[in-house]
Design a protein around this ligand. Structure first.
Ligand SMILES: *Cc1c(COP(=O)(O)O)cnc(C)c1O
Length: 357
């Protein structure tokens, strides 16, 4: 079996043991006589899968009891609209750190005023604004923890203050330890680090759910989804099952602390290699804002970048093309990417630089 090193930004590589377990259970899930793909969301087996997934996520992330865990559809992009629909009465604060922040701001503006306390847009989002103060007189504040396209990541989150703080963690949830209680809503499309595309994970303070807008269409009300335990309508059953397998895989590997350690190790190796060849590879993110999930860099010319990506592809390194708004190369290395892949990639980077400088 020739599996590539898949450096795609998302959907992204999944842990092989998880895929194997899903494969082994695909036709007959634990003697249910059917696949999870075929199962009623009201069945006993799926009810168990849902509860096990929630429990596993609560354990690995450290989610306190006063937070609800929801599984919704429509991706993080639907949350860009659903959050303001439910919580925005007058003004919300949005820190603008990249394309996803901008999209979230665009949706929020449909429902109220947006105050942008800090932005790195003028420097093409090459850094995370430091030492910012979030506004207090707003319905909530919103940040993006990891900027998938620009390769930047908050190393330290801003203090919440008196207004609730919401965070889009689509591309770094489950990759590092964080304190859930620093936030009121944490949300993530699963397809970067937490599962396949098609399910969005929400971690939401329970008392906040009681304050949401209840005059919205049912599918857009958090309260209805929470009251029905994510089963108001048919939830993405197979995706939820896979999120559960991934959370259990993280536990079995030693928990998020261990995963974070590996991510730091991978990041260190890649950034050190890049910096040691800084005449050839130029990182696009400022040092203090570098992401451990998505590493972005340019080569001396666009032609060399094309050659690099093409030659890499022939060596089984897939998905390295940078987003068009940054160009160059982007190495996405989520939890399931082994250190060995970064060792091989950095060897390739050294050889390529040597041959072409
Ligand atoms: C990928 C991504 C999104 C978009 O997620 P969808 O599930 O495709 O809507 C939003 N925010 C961030 C930070 C992302 O990386």
């Amino acid at each position: 079996m020739n599996r590539k090193y898949n450096f795609s930004a998302g959907p992204a590589t999944l842990p092989l043991p998880v895929l194997e377990e899903a494969q082994q259970q695909l036709l007959n899930y634990k003697d249910a006589g059917m696949s999870v793909l075929e199962m009623s969301h009201r069945s006993k087996d799926f009810t168990t899968i849902l509860q096990e997934t929630k429990t596993a996520l609560r354990e690995v992330v450290g989610i306190p009891d006063n937070y609800e865990v929801l599984f919704l559809t429509g991706g993080a992009s639907t949350q860009f609209a659903m959050l303001p629909m439910n919580f925005l009465k007058n003004t919300a604060g949005y820190v603008n750190t990249g394309s996803w922040s901008k999209k979230a701001i665009k949706e929020a503006k449909l429902f109220g005023n947006v105050n942008v306390p800090a932005s790195s847009e003028e420097q093409n989002f090459n850094h995370i604004p430091q030492n910012i103060t979030l506004p207090e007189d707003v319905d909530y504040n919103h940040i993006t923890s990891n900027n998938t396209i620009f390769g930047t990541q908050w190393s330290q989150f801003p203090q919440r203050g008196s207004a609730p703080l919401f965070v889009d963690m689509s591309s770094d949830i489950l990759s590092r330890k964080f304190d859930v209680e620093n936030f009121d809503v944490v949300y993530a499309g699963a397809q970067k680090n937490a599962g396949p595309a098609g399910v969005t994970i929400l971690i939401m303070r329970k008392d906040l759910i009681e304050k949401t807008n209840t005059s919205l269409p049912s599918m857009l009300q958090y309260k209805i989804h929470a009251d029905k335990d994510s089963c108001y309508n048919t939830p993405p059953v197979f995706q939820i099952y896979l999120v559960g397998l991934i959370a259990k895989w993280i536990s079995a590997e030693g928990g998020i602390e261990e995963i974070e350690k590996r991510n730091i190790q991978k990041g260190k190796l890649l950034y050190e290699t890049m910096d040691s060849l800084s005449d050839f590879y130029k990182g696009t993110a400022q040092q203090d804002s570098r992401s451990l999930m998505n590493v972005t860099f340019r080569l001396p010319s666009e032609e060399l970048e094309k050659d690099f990506i093409q030659l890499a592809e022939s060596k089984n390194f897939s998905g390295l093309k940078g987003h068009r708004s940054v160009g160059g190369v982007r190495v996405s290395m989520y939890n399931a990417m082994p250190l060995e892949a970064i060792e091989k990639l950095t060897e390739f980077m050294k050889e390529f630089a040597q041959k072409n400088s």
